[in-house]
Design a protein around this ligand. Sequence first.
Ligand SMILES: Cc1cc2nc3c(=O)[nH]c(=O)nc-3n(C[C@H](O)[C@H](O)[C@H](O)COP(=O)(O)OP(=O)(O)OC[C@H]3O[C@@H](n4cnc5c(N)ncnc54)[C@H](O)[C@@H]3O)c2cc1C
Length: 336
Amino acid sequence: MEHYSNYSLKQHNTFGLDARAKDFWIFDNPDELGGWLHNNQSGDQVLVIGGGSNLLFTKDYEGTILSPAFKGIEITAENGDDVWVRFAAGEEWDYCVEWAVERGLGGIENLSYIPGHAGAAPVQNIGAYGVEVADVLAFVEGFMLGDGTFFRKTREECDFDYRYSIFKGPLKNKVVVTGVVLRLSKNLKFLLDYGTVKDRVRSLGEPSLGNIRKAVVDIRKEKLPEPKVLGNAGSFFKNPVVTISFYQQLQEKWPDIPGYRLEAGKKVKVPAGWLIEKTGWKGREYGNAGVHKNQALVLINRGGATGSEIANLARAIQDDVLTTFNIELQPEVNFL
Ligand SMILES: Cc1cc2nc3c(=O)[nH]c(=O)nc-3n(C[C@H](O)[C@H](O)[C@H](O)COP(=O)(O)OP(=O)(O)OC[C@H]3O[C@@H](n4cnc5c(N)ncnc54)[C@H](O)[C@@H]3O)c2cc1C
């Protein structure tokens, strides 16, 4: 366990913002959490951090940040084709995907190259190319910051939804996820019907875990800016979900508006990037912040931006989308 005061968060958030934390603790082992909790008399607000790829520090963090750096990947059970694997919270998510793909275990290959740590994966139920981590999640293991007990929650208990779980709702900042147990499979079922994945896989050869992973990594590298080069947190807003009747009203005014039917056709998910592009924000600069030139959903730190500058840009975009489409965009990124 290591402790730092007045600690720079620049290396701990993918926007590259130079905010500071009053206190920053790094844990190498879940067993250290009990001792820390017992001795913690500060009464400070607490934030658990992973790779900082879904955070926007709008100012210095005047509280305590806990960074679970636990490592380890182990197979915990096998039954026929099913294999349960525990990934410790501090493992890089993309390394977990690579580990599974190399061992012929399917289920998370479409989630390749998503930044961040395994412990954060269930928090917003990460998803990409038609797969969400909830699809394969067996258990989330963690530590309650209230009473210092360890818990194990099943998928049902996590209340997963689109970019949502109980850890983003009632348990936000109340637990440390110490690990996730995923139910992977040797019986491979490939999901290729999303975006350009199928064509990309075909260009590489037969569908296989390795080819899907390579296709997804290549597409993502082309589409999204590398945070180390251009600070960003991926999709800044969630794709809004509207009723079918409201979507039809939108279609009258905007015949080319894209939409994906959900819940047996009763709701429609509208790409937030399209809405932002239509309001003219794509590629625009806003002080040291801006909107990426190829991806309207990605807000960027062009160099030296502050968190509040990015937050103001986000607000300006939300206002314009509301005025134009009567849709309130909700941030996917956590504001601090
Ligand atoms: C270029 C780029 C592309 C992205 N693409 C995608 C994508 O395709 N799909 C997608 O879903 N997301 C995407 N994201 C968002 C991000 O990668 C995910 O949300 C990721 O899971 C965040 O992981 P993290 O470790 O960085 O979490 P952080 O940003 O550190 O934290 C995110 C939230 O989880 C909480 N948290 C983190 N770790 C723990 C823990 N151990 N216990 C309890 N709470 C915890 C934090 O308190 C915070 O509320 C992208 C981000 C970037 C920069």
